[in-house]
Design a protein around this ligand. Structure first.
Ligand SMILES: NC(=O)c1ccc[n+]([C@@H]2O[C@H](COP(=O)([O-])OP(=O)(O)OC[C@H]3O[C@@H](n4cnc5c(N)ncnc54)[C@H](O)[C@@H]3O)[C@@H](O)[C@H]2O)c1
Length: 450
């Protein structure tokens, strides 16, 4: 029987394990996928959730919910906190996190994890590292650790197959399909490794429609991931920089950008927004600098990337200042914040930019109500979040912060009666029809970028 393990069942690994288990099910060869988590509270909670047939994170992807129940029931996916499951696996996918915050601690932790994993490896195993890493990390840190452990145990390192491949998983409505039906980049330490990975990817990715992209060196795959997210980061900062002039000129930047997008080469120019949050865009672009510092004596600086990161970090301040301008005194003002997750249609609240506004308003003693269709409890702020939309008429100010689909269905003709309310669409959430509904009621409506 073929045994495959996914180490780390976070937002990436949890979906990967279900994606693999549900696709392999259709093949003749018998197999089992192990999902390995840490033996701590978080790890045990994730495993318990899976064992009960539930995906461990709230998601709007019904296919993923259905597939999770199926693969657990049929025992195609078995989750555990016991590392012994690794010992006879022929493929191990590493989906553990390397964080930017407290980097040295996280690095120590990551290395320790690799040492632990190495102790259980068969010598001809295929290791696929999916963690987003500072370029150079696989060759300079991970592979040497495994090699040392192999030498200690008299195992042949030549047989080991080692690959880096990065995830482009998007935990929204098409969460599982963003793994099985999407382009995949990878590179192996040698040809044999790349071929093994290619065969594996073909077993669960729709490669006919989404051909695989093989790069030559491990560093190239690591680099591609970082550059991809840095490109996005700089693109966002560019629009944020131009937003202020647009507002001064009373320009609708959304329409201007639509016009620019007619030009094929400019289709992915960003729209103005409220802020940049989440685990990846707040971390990945700075991995270039870390690579330079760790491996190249700080030889390479990244002034443009750093500047873009600074601009993006400050973005929520614009919203905050606009609110301050209207409500000179926020004391006891009833304010509804709509959207707590870091982006649309996900339940992930890591580095959510809603926090900056929440903290500011809380400090100013506003009476705050929080709503998000996908978040029940905001871990980072230790506060409950409503899933049912409250009566909008009870608030002085309603701020749309996250572009959830749910908010696009609000009918303001029906929902709004109180003319004194102020609505602030801080993130391009409302559609034309909704904007007109609000404007027709002569209610004060604010935007970023319009
Ligand atoms: N979240 C995304 O949308 C996304 C997208 C693309 C790439 N990535 C990258 O993928 C990697 C994982 O991201 P994530 O969002 O899933 O992170 P995460 O923090 O949600 O998940 C990591 C999981 O690994 C577990 N873990 C850590 N050490 C372990 C060990 N020794 N044994 C078993 N389990 C262990 C943790 O308990 C955690 O549950 C990161 O490098 C991230 O940058 C994330």
């Amino acid at each position: 029987m073929k045994k495959i393990a996914i180490v780390g069942l976070g937002f990436v690994g949890a979906a990967m394990s279900v994606a693999i288990a549900s696709k392999l099910k259709k093949r003749k060869e018998k197999f089992i996928v192990y999902g390995l988590e840490r033996n701590n509270k978080q790890g045990k909670d994730i495993c318990n959730s899976f064992t009960n047939g539930n995906f461990p994170f709230d998601t709007t992807d019904n296919l993923l919910i259905k597939k999770t129940a199926e693969v657990i029931k049929n025992k195609n996916l078995v989750v555990t906190t016991n590392k012994n499951c690794l010992s006879d696996c022929s493929i191990i996918v590493i989906d553990i996190n390397l964080d930017l915050k407290k980097f040295n601690e996280s690095l120590k932790d990551y290395k320790k994890s690799i040492i632990e994993i190495s102790k259980f490896l068969k010598d001809d195993v295929l290791i696929i590292v999916e963690t987003t890493l500072p370029p150079g990390f696989c060759n300079k840190i991970i592979y040497p650790i495994i090699k040392r452990e192999f030498v200690k145990k008299n195992k042949k390192i030549e047989k080991l197959k080692f690959v880096h491949s990065y995830e482009r998983v998007m935990p929204g409505k098409n969460y599982i399909k963003s793994i099985t039906d999407y382009f995949r980049v990878y590179s192996g330490i040698n040809n044999q490794s790349a071929i093994a990975a290619e065969n594996f990817f073909r077993s669960f990715i729709n490669t006919k429609k989404y051909p695989l992209c093989k790069l030559d060196k491990l560093e190239e795959s690591e680099f591609a991931k970082i550059l991809e997210n840095t490109y996005r980061t700089v693109n966002i900062a560019l629009i944020e920089e131009w937003r202020s002039l647009g507002e001064e000129l009373n320009i609708d930047l959304f329409r201007v950008i639509d016009a620019i997008r007619y030009r094929k080469t400019h289709k992915n120019i960003m729209l103005p927004g409220y802020g940049v949050g989440g685990y990846c865009l707040t971390k990945d672009p700075l991995f270039g600098k870390i690579s330079s510092k760790k491996f190249y004596k700080n030889k390479f600086k990244f002034p443009l990337t750093q500047k873009a990161m600074n601009i993006n970090k400050k973005m929520p301040i614009t919203t905050l200042l606009k609110i301050k301008k209207i409500f000179k005194n926020l004391n006891f003002k009833k304010i509804l914040l709509l959207g707590i997750s870091y982006k649309s249609d996900v339940s992930d609240t890591r580095d959510s930019q809603s926090k900056l506004l929440y903290d500011y308003l809380k400090k100013n003693k506003s009476i705050l109500t929080l709503h998000d269709p996908l978040v029940k409890y905001w871990k980072e702020s230790s506060v409950d979040v409503l899933n049912k939309l409250p009566n909008l008429n009870e608030f002085d100010l309603v701020v749309f912060l996250v572009n959830h689909d749910f908010y696009k269905k609000i009918n303001f003709d029906v929902k709004i009666k109180n003319k004194k309310i102020t609505i602030f669409d801080a993130n391009g959430v409302l559609n034309k029809k909704q904007i007109n509904q609000i404007k027709n009621k002569r209610i004060r409506l604010l935007f970023n970028g319009r």
